[in-house]
Design a protein around this ligand. Structure first.
Ligand code: NAD
Length: 494
């Protein structure tokens, strides 16, 4: 079994302590690789390397130089695309169709896209009024912050890492990355890729380890200027606390959880809507922040729509994750499987009806992993945990509505605000409804999803800030206003 080290200043280094952990394939239980768990001295070394690279090379390099290196990394990733897709499937338990079709191509695209748009970062001039006969020239410039700590979750390991890392380094920052301890493999392989691409030492440093130790040491470190975190609301709140307590408050970007609603109007195209809901709920086994988990269905189409939806949910193919035909994989761990099942059982004990699923899937080879059948629940109390909390599994609750406004109010009745889906053929309804939804993304007549050029992020407990696109790049640039007196002679306000 391969044993990785930390990637610090372009060297593979041994941990200061002796602790290692193993990453397993959740679909089979087989071990994949061993990783060191970083402690405070390792975090110190990585942050020092990142600070030094920021001052000595990276921030001073012009955007063309940075873009060239990022494009070289993308080219190497393309050569290793199949290998990365297989490793990502095995580390996460998701089907190869998803890692080969989305995770890895999107990670490569992040390098290409942000390399290219970073060339376009420009300042601007603000016309200002003359003060006491003086001519003022005012201009705004954008500068990198310094060191960014990128802390990423288990559900799309390389994709969500690169979604934050690429804009950060394209903007001239350096980085220390920490993947989830559940899925560290492709993040470690990125070290090999950046080394081969010729990145200067220290621009990207990669640690492995546990959240409580490595993550907290990183988020509290004095050299870290920005925390870019994707993960749970609970940890997001903790990172805000750590930032507030550190000597220098850090810019904290948070991409947190969700409880995605879908409103289905009676004039929807039923086949397309069912297809979108299946993807919205079951993609990545429901381990998706913006998964569609609350369905508000108009009473006029309630019964026929549900018949079709249940048929489609029951028909999803689960099995060998390396088979390109497999549509749904294994949940990340036994613990997550128990958690998902616990939400369903509690809802049922509280009066909910299981319309499909509601149990573990154990047909071989799925008996070895943590598969859960796509689940639809009716009559779930709106006060229950299953209705209000993020389940992070393929579990959807359905509710009937008569007035559209009631469905909108229910959709907004949550502390989350990541994304919402709407299905109607009436563009006026779509426009008016979309405006009322308190979310970062609205998808009309399509499943939830993201595009590299379009901002993504949440309102309320779903997060702070946005990733992707020009707006995502700007999150990693600080604004400086420059005000120059262009007239000789002393300046006075009196
Ligand atoms: P998590 O919060 O448990 O862990 C995320 C990362 O934070 C991991 O690397 C972990 O080691 C680290 N971490 C844990 N405790 C920490 C601490 N005290 N200090 C510093 N770091 C710590 O999340 P997860 O289970 O890996 O991922 C699932 C969550 O991520 C869900 O809530 C999901 O909605 C969210 N998510 C959000 C988005 C988004 O774009 N909004 C995308 C994907 C996942």
């Amino acid at each position: 079994m391969k044993r990785f080290g930390f990637f610090i200043a372009n060297q593979w280094v041994e941990p200061s302590g002796r602790e290692y952990f193993t990453s397993y394939n959740p679909a089979t239980g087989e071990p994949i690789a061993e990783f060191p768990a970083a402690a405070q001295p390792d975090v110190e070394a990585a942050c020092a390397a990142a600070r030094s690279a920021f001052h000595c090379t990276w921030a001073e390099m012009d955007p063309e130089g940075r873009a060239g290196l990022m494009l070289s990394a993308a080219a190497i990733m393309r050569k290793r695309e199949r290998e990365l897709a297989e490793v990502e499937a095995m580390d996460t338990g998701k089907p190869i169709a998803e890692t080969a079709g989305f995770d890895i191509p999107f990670s490569i695209l992040a390098f290409e896209y942000f390399a290219n748009i970073a060339r376009e970062v420009q300042g601007h001039v603000i016309p200002v009024k003359r003060e006491g006969g003086k001519e003022i020239f005012d201009f705004v410039t954008y500068e990198p912050y310094g060191v960014v700590a990128v802390i990423s979750p288990f559900n799309f390991p390389l994709h969500l890492l690169t979604r934050s890392l690429c804009p950060a380094i394209a903007a001239g920052n350096t980085a220390v990355c920490k993947a989830s301890e559940k899925t560290p493999v492709t993040t470690a392989l990125l070290g090999e890729i950046l080394l081969e691409a010729g990145f200067p030492p220290g621009v990207v440093n990669i640690l492995s380890g546990y959240g409580k130790v490595t993550g907290e040491a990183l988020a509290s470190h004095k050299e870290v200027d920005v925390i870019s975190f994707t993960g749970s609301e609970m940890v997001g709140r903790r990172l805000m606390e750590l930032s507030a307590r550190s000597p220098v408050i850090k810019k904290t970007l948070l991409e947190l959880g969700g409880k995605g609603p879908a409103i289905v109007e009676p004039d929807c195209n039923m086949e397309e809507t069912v297809n979108s809901l299946i993807l919205g709920l079951c993609y990545n086994q429901g381990e998706v922040c913006c998964a569609t988990t609350r369905l508000y269905l108009h009473e006029d189409i309630y019964a026929p729509f549900l018949t079709r939806l249940i048929e489609a949910m029951d028909g999803l193919r689960m099995g060998d994750i390396l088979d390109p035909q497999t549509q749904m994989g294994s949940l990340i761990s036994q613990e997550q499987l128990d958690r998902v099942d616990g939400y369903v059982k509690a809802a049922v004990n509280d009066g909910a009806r299981v319309l499909c699923g509601g149990e573990r899937y154990t047909v071989p080879p799925c008996d070895k992993g943590n598969w859960y059948r796509p689940t639809l629940l009716e009559d779930v109390k709106s006060s229950s945990a299953c209705y209000r909390e993020e389940v992070f599994g393929p579990v959807m609750v359905v509710e009937k509505y008569r007035r559209l406004q009631d469905a909108i109010d229910k959709a907004n009745d949550t502390n989350f605000g990541l994304g919402a889906n709407l299905f109607t053929e009436n563009y006026r309804t779509a426009y008016r409804t979309g405006r009322q939804l308190n979310v970062g993304s609205v998808w009309v007549n399509m499943p939830n999803g993201s595009q590299m050029a379009c901002p993504f992020g949440g309102n309320r407990n779903s997060g702070l800030g946005r990733e992707y696109g020009v707006i995502g790049l700007q999150e990693y640039l600080k604004v400086k206003n420059n005000m120059w007196n262009m007239t000789s002679g002393s300046y006075s306000y009196y």
